[in-house]
Design a protein around this ligand. Sequence first.
Ligand code: NDP
Ligand code: GDR
Length: 326
Amino acid sequence: MAKAFITGITGQDGAYLAQFLLDKGYDVWGLARRTSTGGLHLDRLEWLGVLDRVKIVEGDLSDLSSLIRIIAEVDPDEVYNLAAQSFVATSWQQPHLTANVTGVGVLNILEALRLLKSKARFYQASSSEMFGLIQHEKQSEQTPFYPRSPYAVAKLYGHWITVNYRESFGMHASSGILFNHESPLRGEEFVTRKVTAGAARIKLGLASELRLGNIHAKRDWGHARDYVQAMWMMLQQDTADDFVIATGQTWTVEHMVDIAFAHAGISVKDHLVIDPALFRPAEVDVLLGDPAKAQAKLGWEPTTSLEDMIAEMVDADLARLARRAA
Ligand code: NDP
Ligand code: GDR
């Protein structure tokens, strides 16, 4: 039975990837960090019904010795590094933490694998945010990077150290440059989930308004369930490589709000408030990915439209609120 180790298993992608790998027959292990209440963040794994099938080990990506201990104990065949301080807006508030976890954390896990002479294949969760102030209208593996936030700068370090360890030490280390992907398990601070949860609250009379920042920003949004499959596909290749994963379509935040509010049956003009405090110090105005290489080499295709995904998220938020009220 192949063994996979996932950092960030408690996050959106970690939960979907754990489910996907379990269904493929993997023995799935995941890293989780201690909280002061003693509880680990296991609700997403629970929501997908896979919590009792994964093995959780406690540690932290910023703590190299915990990673060495864990990799030695687990001895994985595949390592998926998904852990990060992943919220762009927070990276201006906590730039050092973001650099340490999202950037140097990647080095820590690569070093743990190198020092232990592990033969595990490695996946790094890189990001379209690295393109930032875009240099090509459609961004591919060839597009130069121009990061626009401390988060994106940290991700760029993680990307290049992955490429460097592949070239320096012959490691099977791949970097997936994933564009935005969402789901009912998305954190509520990210704009799609903020909108679907907000629409559900307004619909049920629990809130009267939704406050957003720059609704003219454009993103290439896909479904997390589709995107975790691409991570696995990369590690099944004979040769490690870098791949852009995207839908090839871009929409404004405003358009996504229209879909969510229409699905909930509420009016945008009566409830949406633009709040200048929610604008970012530097914005990524538009992202549009070119997934041609992943389509050709991995045979990967996105399967979920923005409309279907936002409808699924609104329905999940309505159901959650109804359960809480019952
Ligand atoms: P989430 O924010 O949902 O999950 C982040 C995960 O990282 C959580 O499990 C979190 O644990 C964990 N984590 C944070 N800090 C540490 C730490 N110091 N030590 C160990 N674990 C830590 O992110 P997503 O699932 O959305 O994204 C997964 C990865 O992909 C991230 O690296 C993200 O930056 C990247 N990415 C995401 C995209 C997206 O659109 N979703 C697009 C491109 C890249 P806890 O539960 O304890 O907080
Ligand atoms: P992003 O996602 O920064 O692209 O990073 P987010 O959903 O936070 O923002 C997308 C766009 O929406 C605009 N926006 C708002 N965003 C939030 N969060 N809240 C608001 O109220 C709001 N109003 C407008 C933002 O300005 C932005 O332009 C995500 C994360 O998952 C990263 O970890 C990942 O690397 C990238 O996607 C690809």
